[in-house]
Ligand binder design. Structure first.
Ligand code: PGA
Length: 256
């Protein structure tokens, strides 16, 4: 079994629908100019699609990686507006899938998330698979059931190797962009459930290697107590990632 220490923390910036090619590159340069512990923490910037090229250029001499916020599972064809995994060659090493905004606002289903995750892995990229319960589900005590279902839908069809190579982001929907984050205990418990579910799908060794981030209103004020918890392998950061200094503070808090 891989020890938890062997999992390198990963902090990803989800810029959402903010920044174009120029200001995105400027933000990427500002992030890379920060004092970042890049030997210990993997850092990924996920700009909108139109910023992928300029951001990739801005960080090309640094270990900072680039990720896409969204992909489609087909490789090419008549899919207006979509971007495929092969189209990201040379631009991105990661792709987010299953983000709650995609699920809620754009109708992305568990089956879509499964297909996208498989396509991302087949294309040689690393998926960041986002899962999380809504406020209603949280209030109704359904968090465990929701997480089990979302995780199983994807990880049941991967191989143990694909599982170990993936990243999962636990993002309680009620904590995203609300300034209300899960307590470190809540985040740690939910992440434990997610890891157990992955183990039920693909075995304990693979589950011990998959990295599981927390996301939802992560900020310089709460990152230390969240990221110092065992089993929380980094963060997926929205709002605070639009400020280089704030994002850097979160990256530094992820050093094991
Ligand atoms: P937030 O977003 O940090 O602004 O809550 C996180 C996310 O949606 O990934």
């Amino acid at each position: 079994m891989t020890s938890p220490q062997a999992r390198r923390p990963i902090v990803a910036a989800n810029w959402k629908m903010n920044t174009g090619p120029d200001d995105g590159a400027q933000l990427a340069r500002a992030v890379s100019a920060e004092d970042l512990p890049l030997a210990q923490v993997e850092v990924v910037l996920c700009p909108p699609a139109t910023g992928l090229t300029s951001v990739a250029e801005a960080v090309e001499d640094s270990p900072i990686a680039v990720g896409a916020q969204h992909v489609y599972w087909e490789s090419s064809g008549a899919f207006t507006g979509e971007i495929s995994v092969p189209m990201l060659t040379g631009l991105a090493a990661y792709a987010i899938t299953g983000h709650s905004e995609r699920r809620q606002l754009f109708g992305e289903s568990d089956l879509d998330v499964r297909r996208k995750t498989l396509a991302i892995l087949s294309g040689g990229l690393t998926p960041i698979v986002a899962v999380g319960e809504s406020l209603d589900q949280w209030d109704a005590g359904e968090t465990l059931a929701v997480l089990r279902s979302q995780v199983t839908q994807v990880f049941d069809v991967l191989s143990p190797e694909q599982t170990a190579a993936s990243v999962i982001a636990y993002e309680p929907v009620w904590a995203i962009g609300t300034g209300r984050n899960a307590s470190p205990e809540q985040a740690q418990e939910a992440i434990g459930w997610i890891r157990d579910t992955v183990a039920a799908c693909q075995g304990r060794p693979a589950a011990e290697r998959v990295r599981i981030q927390y996301g939802g209103s992560v900020s310089p004020d709460n990152c230390d107590e969240l990221l110092s918890r065992d089993g929380i392998d980094g963060a997926l950061v929205g709002g605070a990632s639009l400020d280089a200094a704030q994002f850097a503070a979160i990256v530094r808090a992820a050093v094991p």
